[in-house]
Design a protein around this ligand. Structure first.
Ligand code: AHR
Length: 495
């Protein structure tokens, strides 16, 4: 029997709903085919936005979507993507596969997508090959309500009211594809760009996000915070989980038991990264200003599926990915005092997706179901939680905790999300409640063999099912058996 404690009296604050954010890039079939279909495609859509994909995304309450990249963002010139479609500039997507980008999906189309979904948006501005003027014009185009050159241009293109875009990234991976800059140089660039990123309404402030570190580059975070910290609201962090190393990323669906544990072991590096970057950021906190941490790219990165374009980063998604998503979301929830947003890479057809499409077919991935099971954590009050269980495996490279947890409360209900990492053993678990009692309980789980996944021929193989959970000890505890390789959510109605 394993034990979990959920403490209703101790909290790190609110779990920002934006922790459940998504990332979309002009990469492979993410935007075109995945989200947006062109006139000639015979796929049901509303103003080009796929109906099936939109419905699935609404069901997980996507709070915020980052766009247009990634590396693509630092080659993207937003004015190419506005105005009559036939007049839009055609460019080459030099970051991803050298394909032709006809710019038929631009600012208006992305905002149409966001309005249908009812989510916030996070625009990545072009610092690498763009100018301060270009970024400043984009903000004016999106957010200026009165008369101005950019607001007039927006009206000419059919949009009267400003969209009030809040989240703006000052470049992407400025240490790499976003300009190969040194931390010191980038910090000065960020200061300059931030200066001209204006607010156009007294009641609406934009939120400026500095391009952050590659994994454990703590010098980057320290330098940017020290030099530009007072001009930005948050700094980002990127960490992708691979099986071995960057040259040996491993297979997405055909993997061994060792590789199952190796990937899960590697993903725990996120905990260390979030802890250390948070510790640095906190040093720059003042009475009036606090810098947030935004993990705006995370997830698994494997070898592409056989026969697909290597530049399109298309990979399958298994129970292992669902478990990995659960581990990371538990980490983010438990660091909600500094982590204010995350964006899993990427929403459709690229890397660790929620959704895969093929023509008019669509499947939901195991990772999608983790987001479904966790969605009530959004904007809930975080609760402290603790697991008393052993570590699996002797080999240092495969070691993982048996169970991870996070918990929250909202509207008289508490949500406890648990991941059982064991590939072969279920876990009989008692969840002890401190500071509140249970009146009612329901549980749902996602489980299967470690490499189970949905395909276009068998789209329902992996899905969520009900799980038995029992109130015991006069409402002071819950008893549940967590299936092997599972992600479980337990909803407790408080007495
Ligand atoms: O998500 C794919 C790529 O990974 C992004 O374009 C880039 O920011 C990162 O290196």
């Amino acid at each position: 029997m394993y034990h979990v404690i959920v403490n209703g009296n101790v909290s790190k604050g609110k779990i920002n709903k934006n922790i459940y954010g998504q990332f979309t890039e002009h990469l492979g079939r993410c935007v075109y085919e995945g989200m947006f279909v062109k006139d000639e495609d015979n796929i049901p859509n509303v103003n080009g936005i796929r109906k099936d994909v939109m419905k699935a995304l609404k069901d997980i309450n996507v709070p915020v979507v980052r766009w247009p990249g990634g590396c693509f963002a630092d080659t993207y010139h937003w004015k190419d993507g506005i105005g009559p479609k036939e007049e839009r500039q055609t460019i080459v997507n030099t970051s991803w596969g050298g394909v032709t980008e006809d710019n038929s999906f631009g600012t208006h189309e992305f905002m149409e997508f966001a309005e249908q979904l009812g989510c916030e948006v996070y625009f990545s501005g072009n610092v690498g090959s763009g100018t301060v003027q270009e970024m400043s014009d984009w903000i004016e185009y999106c957010n200026m309500g009165g008369v101005s050159p950019m607001a007039n241009l927006r009206r000419k293109n059919g949009r009267e009211n400003p969209w009030n875009v809040k989240f703006w990234g000052i470049g992407n991976e400025a240490w790499g594809c976003g300009g190969n800059m040194k931390a010191e140089y980038y910090a000065d660039e960020a200061r300059k760009f931030a200066t001209y990123m204006r607010n156009y309404d007294d009641k609406f402030r934009i939120y400026k996000i500095a391009s952050g570190a590659n994994q454990a580059d703590y010098h980057w975070t320290k330098t940017v915070c020290e030099r530009a910290g007072q001009l930005i609201d948050a700094i980002s962090l990127h960490y992708y989980t691979v099986t071995y190393d960057w040259e040996h990323k491993g297979k997405a669906a055909k993997f061994t038991k060792d590789e199952y544990y190796r990937v899960l072991h590697n993903t725990f590096h996120m905990e260390e990264l979030v802890n250390n970057h948070s510790a640095i950021i906190k040093q720059y906190k003042t009475d009036k200003h606090k810098i947030g941490l935004i993990v705006d790219e995370w997830g698994t990165w494997y070898e592409v599926e056989e026969g697909t374009n290597p530049g399109f980063l298309y990979q399958q998604n298994t129970i292992r990915d669902a478990v990995l998503a659960g581990i990371n979301l538990n980490i983010f929830n438990n660091h909600c005092d500094t982590v204010v947003m995350t964006n899993i890479a990427q929403m459709v057809n690229v890397l660790q997706s929620m959704i895969l499409t093929e023509g008019e077919k669509m499947v939901l991935t195991p990772t999608y179901f983790t987001f479904l099971l966790y969605k009530n954590h959004m904007d809930a009050r975080h609760l402290d939680s603790y697991v008393d269980a052993d570590i699996l495996n002797e080999d240092e490279k495969l070691k993982v905790p048996r169970i991870t947890v996070s918990a929250s409360e909202k509207d008289g209900k508490s949500l406890v999300t648990l991941v059982n990492l064991s590939e072969s053993e279920e876990a009989e678990t008692e969840i002890m409640l401190t500071g509140f009692k249970a009146k009612d309980v329901t549980a749902q789980t996602l489980t299967g063999n470690m490499d189970d996944h949905n395909t276009f021929d068998a789209p329902q193989k992996v899905s969520v099912s009900e799980l038995k959970a029992e109130i015991i000890s006069d409402g002071n505890a819950i008893k549940v058996v967590l299936p092997k390789n599972s992600v479980t959510s337990i909803e407790v109605t408080k007495a």
